[in-house]
Design a protein around this ligand. Structure first.
Ligand code: NAI
Length: 550
């Protein structure tokens, strides 16, 4: 197939979207003028993959493997995606959680090549012109962070750029969104991380963060510029501080095609786990009572989405909110607290003040506890034992990441609950053998949700991304866990089959986009086939003489 590429010679080899390295055919080498510039062989993609695996095996750590793979992406995009998509269960933990956390902490030190865009608050007034420097004219997704809160690691400033880069790779690797439409973006408004400001290799502004008003006016200019330049673009907000995440989502969600993955994606994936937990228990979402540890963006997003799902099951919003309690760094959210922000108040109920999570469990009697606190080990033995006393099958969701931030490990949950816990974590843990059973802890990671939402939005050119899409995605993900694996405690589908899972999820979400009248394309008769034909395939295109002179 001819391409619109007009590059020749060495320029082809320096373009990661065109470079095939050792896989050019003789005819392509002739046409592109690269004879002698590459070894005189024509390898298949599988031979190249064999070499990648050989080189990866020689790397001593996952961080080294991450650096190697990012380098591969910088030189040969097709081979990078072929590698990651060849074995997602093996490669997702390297290109994303948990390795990405370490990669961000060291971002300024391991930096090799520019990727995505860096936009400083000092460019206010000229944001649109700066965005015009991006070479692609049809951008469909911008994943944007100010790195106010990266994973559970806090304010990482410019080091947080690893996250939008990694997240967008997952759109392609997990759901097949073609990579040329994706733009990672860091809005640099400074950092309050003194260690980075003093690091000679730090790659951002060495200033403390501005006032909220200044930050939001910068973000307003950015959002407006995106609307003007890329009218089909969806803005994915990622890893802002909890308050900014919730407030910025509210500011734009009814006007533009935007969503916040920490708020809505996390909510979607957790809801999927809760749906499957109720299947295991033989109950219904509305029969459960929920206590969160953490009341930030992830907690609020999940609680709001959960309440929407409960309202869909026939409850009033007030009744739904009365089933949800929260506990944060200052204790239980209750009605004598004076430090709560607007979006936390619906989850603050009449209760005596307490800073003891285990005793709050004894009095509230939740059926499910959800850890989104960033504090590793905070689901102690006392906490799990209290949950087990109250519940035949306590549901324990320890969602904070990276790994050492998980509120408890699966081994702890199964051991302390004597094998009765229904458990999932935000990171992948290996199976646990306890009491003659093998338990399969699922990974409640939003990479089951946001790439599928992305594919659905890409396919339908959705004008908005309402919560209903995340509820539908949650149901679709939950429905795809085989009953045998669910019985072993696995709340989420296997990662090895992630592309197919997400295509099916994207198709269900796309159907809803059409039903809600939010699509900007005509509805096809077969939505699964429609999605499938858009899926990116990590295969080289044929580069012909015609394409190079076009
Ligand atoms: P956030 O910073 O907005 O909120 C953290 C909350 O935890 C705050 O309410 C804070 O008061 C509370 N907290 C902190 N220390 C505490 C303590 N010692 N005891 C009780 N509460 C405490 O952060 P956000 O965005 O809500 O994320 C929280 C965690 O959830 C992070 O570790 C993040 O990595 C994880 N997360 C996991 C996802 C997944 O897919 N598994 C997706 C998004 C976030």
């Amino acid at each position: 197939m001819a391409t619109a590429n007009s590059k020749r010679g060495i320029d082809v080899l320096y373009d990661p979207a065109l470079n095939k390295s050792t896989a050019f055919s003789e005819a392509e080498k002739q046409a592109l003028g690269i004879i002698g510039l590459v070894p005189d062989v024509t390898e298949t993609e599988d031979q190249q993959l064999q070499r990648v695996n050989l080189q990866l095996a020689q790397k001593p750590t996952d961080l080294e493997r991450y650096i190697y793979l990012i380098n591969l992406l910088d030189h040969n995009e097709t081979l990078f995606y072929r590698t990651v998509m060849s074995d997602p269960a093996r490669f997702l933990p390297i290109v994303y959680d948990p390795t990405i956390g370490e990669a961000c902490l060291k971002f300024g030190h391991i930096y090799r090549q520019p990727r995505g865009m860096y936009l400083s608050i000092t460019r206010r007034g000229e944001v649109k012109n700066v965005l015009k420097n991006w070479p692609q004219k049809d951008v469909r997704f911008i994943c944007v962070t100010d790195a106010g809160r990266i994973l559970g690691l806090g304010d990482l400033g410019a080091n947080g750029m690893g996250i939008p880069i990694g997240k967008l790779q997952l759109y392609t690797a997990c759901a097949g969104v073609p990579p040329q439409y994706l733009l990672p973006m860091y809005l640099d408004a400074g950092t309050n991380n003194e260690q980075y400001r003093n690091d000679p290799l730090y790659l951002g502004m060495r200033k403390t963060r501005p006032s909220t008003d200044e930050l939001y006016s910068f973000v307003d200019e950015f959002v407006q510029a995106v609307q003007a330049l890329y009218p089909k673009c969806c803005i994915h907000f990622e890893d802002w501080t909890g308050v900014d995440a919730v407030h910025l989502l509210k500011r734009y969600r009814d006007k533009y095609c935007v969503y916040n993955d920490d708020v809505q994606g996390t909510a979607g994936i957790t809801l999927a786990g809760m749906i499957n937990a109720t299947k295991l228990k033989g109950t219904n979402l509305k029969d459960e009572k929920y206590l969160f540890l953490g009341a930030g963006s992830a907690a609020i997003g999940l609680a709001d989405l959960l309440c929407s799902a409960l309202v869909a099951q026939g409850m009033t919003l007030k009744e739904a909110q009365s089933r949800v309690y929260m506990f944060d760094i200052n204790g239980l959210l209750e009605d004598t607290r004076t430090d709560l922000v607007d979006f936390q108040k619906p989850y603050s109920h009449k209760h005596a003040p307490t800073r003891d999570f285990a005793s709050a469990i004894e009095s509230i009697k939740p059926t499910t506890i959800i850890g989104v606190s960033t504090v590793g080990g905070s689901f102690t033995q006392k906490v799990i034992e209290a949950m087990s006393r109250i519940n035949e099958r306590p549901v324990i969701l320890a969602l904070s990441n990276p790994t050492e931030h998980a509120e408890c490990t699966p081994e702890q949950a199964y051991t302390w609950s004597k094998g009765t816990a229904i458990y999932a974590a935000g990171v992948q843990f290996p199976p646990v053998h306890f009491g003659g059973h093998t338990f399969l802890p699922g990974q409640a990671n939003n990479f089951y949700i946001f790439p599928a939402i992305g594919m659905a939005v890409f396919a339908t050119q959705a004008a908005r991304v309402p919560d209903e899409l995340f509820i539908e995605a949650a149901r679709a993900v939950a429905d795809q866990v085989p009953p045998g694996l669910l019985k072993q405690g696995l709340l989420y589908p296997l990662q090895s089959n992630i592309l197919e899972t997400e295509v099916q999820t994207a198709a269900r979400v796309a159907k809803l986009v059409f039903d809600l009248g939010l699509a900007r394309v005509k509805q096809p008769t077969d939505i699964v086939a429609f999605i499938r034909q858009l899926v990116y395939k990590p295969e080289y295109r044929e580069e012909t003489a015609a394409s190079t002179t076009a």
